[in-house]
Design a protein around this ligand. Structure first.
Ligand code: PEP
Length: 250
C-alpha cells in the first residue's frame, strides 16, 4: 500500500490577512509538488486570502478548528458548512493547544471529526502525550485512548479518509524533536489500534503524520519511517524553510 505523504503547515495564531496573501504568493511555486499533498492550515480570517492566492496552485487550504454543529447560538464559533462553502478542504482538530487552553475533550474532538467527514472536509485529528506521561511509561495507552475515542462511531470507510497527527506535546514548539524511532513507535501503535477496531485494510490506508519541531533538517529521516506519512509543521511552516520540508527527498 503506497500512501501519499501529506505535509501540512499549521500557522497557529500567526499572520494577518495581508501577511497571509504575501506568504502564499511567495511560497506557492516553491512548495508545489506532485509527490506529496501540501496543505496550509491557517487562522479563519486568513482562509479567504489564502484560498484566493492559492487558486490553481495544487495546495490545500485548511482551518485550525471548527464547531461541530451546522449553525446556531454559538457566539464566536465557525461552522463546518461555512468552511465547506469557502472551499476549505482540511481542518485540524484536537490540536494539543486546543485541548490544553480551550478544554477540548476527546468527545468534542469526536463530534468534530464526524461532522467534518459528513460535510466533506478532511480532518487532521491530533493526538499526543505530555512529557509526564512519557516518563510514566503510559504513552501508548494514552494514545490508544485518544484514537479510539476520537474515531468512535465512524465507519471503516470514514476512518480511511482521516489524517491522524501524532504530536508529542513535549516536542511542539520546543525545538526538541522526537527521535525517528520514538515517532515511528507511536505512529505504528496508532496504525495498530486503527487496525484492531476498523480492520487491517483501513489501517493501511489511514495517513499518520508526525508533528513536533519538524524542520528542514530532520524531515527526511522522520518521513522515511514506515508508519510516518508526512508531518504537521508549526513554526517552520511560517518561513521559507517550509519548502525544504515539502521537498525533503531532494
Ligand atoms: C504544531 O503546531 O502542530 C507543531 C508541531 O508545532 P512545531 O512544529 O512548531 O513544533
Amino acid at each position: 500500500m503506497m500512501r501519499k505523504k501529506i505535509i501540512a503547515g499549521n500557522w497557529k495564531m500567526n499572520k494577518t490577512p495581508k501577511e497571509a496573501t504575501e506568504f502564499c504568493k511567495l511560497m506557492k511555486d516553491k512548495v508545489a509538488s506532485s509527490e506529496v499533498d501540501v496543505v496550509f492550515c491557517v487562522p479563519f480570517v486568513d482562509l479567504y486570502p489564502a484560498l484566493e492566492e492559492l487558486k490553481g496552485a495544487g495546495i490545500g487550504v485548511g482551518a485550525e478548528n471548527m464547531h461541530f454543529e451546522d449553525s446556531g447560538a454559538y457566539t464566536g464559533e465557525i461552522s463546518p458548512l461555512m468552511l465547506k462553502e469557502m472551499g476549505v478542504s482540511y481542518v485540524v482538530l484536537g490540536h494539543s493547544e486546543r485541548r490544553q487552553y480551550f478544554n477540548e475533550t476527546n468527545d468534542m474532538v469526536n463530534k468534530k471529526v464526524k461532522k467534518a467527514l459528513e460535510v466533506g472536509i478532511t480532518p487532521i485529528m491530533c493526538c499526543g502525550e505530555t512529557l509526564e506521561q512519557r516518563e510514566a511509561g503510559i504513552t501508548i495507552e494514552w494514545i490508544r485512548i485518544q484514537i479510539k475515542c476520537g474515531l468512535a462511531g465512524l465507519t471503516a470507510e470514514e476512518v480511511s479518509k482521516v489524517v491522524i497527527a501524532y504530536e508529542p506535546i513535549w516536542a511542539i514548539g520546543t525545538g526538541k524533536t522526537a527521535t525517528s524511532e520514538q515517532a515511528q513507535e507511536v505512529c505504528k501503535a496508532v496504525r495498530q489500534v486503527v487496525g484492531e477496531v476498523y480492520g487491517e485494510t483501513t489501517a493501511q490506508q489511514v495517513r499518520i503524520q508526525y508533528g513536533g519541531s519538524v524542520n528542514g533538517k530532520n524531515a527526511a529521516e522522520l518521513f522515511a519511517m514506515p508508519d510516518i506519512d508526512g508531518g504537521l509543521v508549526g513554526g517552520a511552516s511560517l518561513k521559507e524553510e517550509f519548502q525544504e520540508i515539502v521537498h525533503y527527498q531532494k
